[in-house]
Design a protein around this ligand. Structure first.
Ligand code: PEP
Ligand code: MN
Length: 339
């Protein structure tokens, strides 16, 4: 339920209203925007007397939220959420580029790629240490030592890092990680989501392999309902009947999410297509659709990559793509890339 507060309300009236709501066992999500103050009531609102609430002096209007996601709902939080990572902003009119190899393979590989993508315009370094592979016989990632390498690369280049967690068991290892990624395969690992909800680190929540937008937003809700409001959604393609591409990038989801949620949304054109030659056109389409950033796989030697070489850009291809993205950004109301 949302309660829109009148602009001329005074603090005393606000206090009384907050007490009245809390006495009914409800939690409040207060969103103070430039023009409106919105109070989101979370919990069992079925017994709230809407007529009484609407009649209060400071209340402009009261509406029930039909959608099952509340914290993530734009109705509850009309302004875009902006998340700060290592001095960079994600969301609103900002645009962020995250790039790096699919998997951490060695210190030299990660640092070489990190320096190249940073020079080209990326501000966050990606790299998988714990890899969710379809086959148990495939390279599983360097795991804990992979995180150590990423942290070294962060120290060396100053770039914040994003890497995937697969189990709560390893959460301590993520202390120096700036953004924790939840991969597509774990989008509905609810215990993991709840554990991440108890951290205070930004979470990059990838869309599940065949998840609906509502299921995805409900996963964000799992994190947010535990107190962590810093969720970045990542559209990475969904499984369809089309075998020519690894997945199908759901471009429609991008503007739709702008209506449904205040959370930032970034796009992963690498996993969406599985083909390096499609990464640039899909990136440009995603930027044109007006979203908040991209996460792109870049490798210095794609044919020898231990994972996802076929969809990885070479650093010079990435640099070329960044120049083309920069042309589109002002057309969609975005500020220049933060370098
Ligand atoms: C990845 O980012 O390396 C990854 C495994 O992505 P996804 O979970 O989207 O498949
Ligand atoms: Mn990958």
């Amino acid at each position: 339920m949302i309660v829109v507060i009148k602009n001329d309300s005074n603090p005393k009236q606000m206090d009384n209203l907050v007490k009245w709501i809390k006495n009914q066992g409800l939690r409040i999500n207060l969103s103070k925007g430039e023009n409106t103050t919105v109070m989101g009531l979370i919990g069992d609102t079925s017994k709230v007397d809407i007529d009484l609430l609407s009649s209060l002096d400071i209340v402009e209007s009261v509406k029930r939220i039909q959608e099952p996601y509340k914290n993530a709902n734009r109705k509850l939080h009309p302004e875009d959420t902006i998340i700060e990572v290592g001095g960079h902003k994600i969301g609103g009119s900002n645009f962020i580029l995250m790039a790096g190899p699919c998997s951490v393979e060695s210190e030299k590989q990660v640092i070489t790629i990190a320096e190249a993508v940073k020079k080209a315009g990326a501000s966050v370094l990606r790299g998988g240490a714990f890899k969710p592979r379809t086959s148990p016989y495939a390279f599983q990632g360097l795991r804990e030592s992979g995180i150590d390498i990423l942290v070294k690369a962060k120290k060396e280049t100053g770039m914040p890092i994003v890497t995937e967690i697969m189990s709560e068991e390893y959460l301590d290892k993520f202390a120096d990680v700036d953004i924790i990624q939840v991969g597509a395969r774990n989008m509905q690992n609810f215990e993991l989501l709840k554990a991440l909800g108890r951290t205070r680190k930004p979470i990059l929540l990838k869309r599940g392999l065949a998840a609906t937008i509502e299921e995805w937003l409900m996963s964000a809700e799992y994190i947010m309902s535990e107190g962590n409001k810093e969720v970045i959604l990542c559209e990475r393609g969904i499984r369809t009947f089309e075998p020519y591409t690894r997945n199908t990038l759901d471009l429609s989801a991008i503007p739709l999410l702008k209506e449904l949620t205040h959370l930032p949304v970034i796009v992963d054109p690498s996993h969406a297509s599985g083909l390096s030659r499609l990464v640039a056109p899909l990136s440009l389409a995603a930027v044109g659709a007006g979203r908040d950033g991209l996460i792109i796989e870049v490798h210095n030697d794609p044919p020898h990559a231990l994972c996802d070489g076929a969809q990885s850009l070479r650093p010079e291809q990435f640099a070329d793509l960044v120049k083309r993205i920069e042309v589109i950004l002002p057309l969609v109301g975005k500020e220049a890339i933060q370098k």
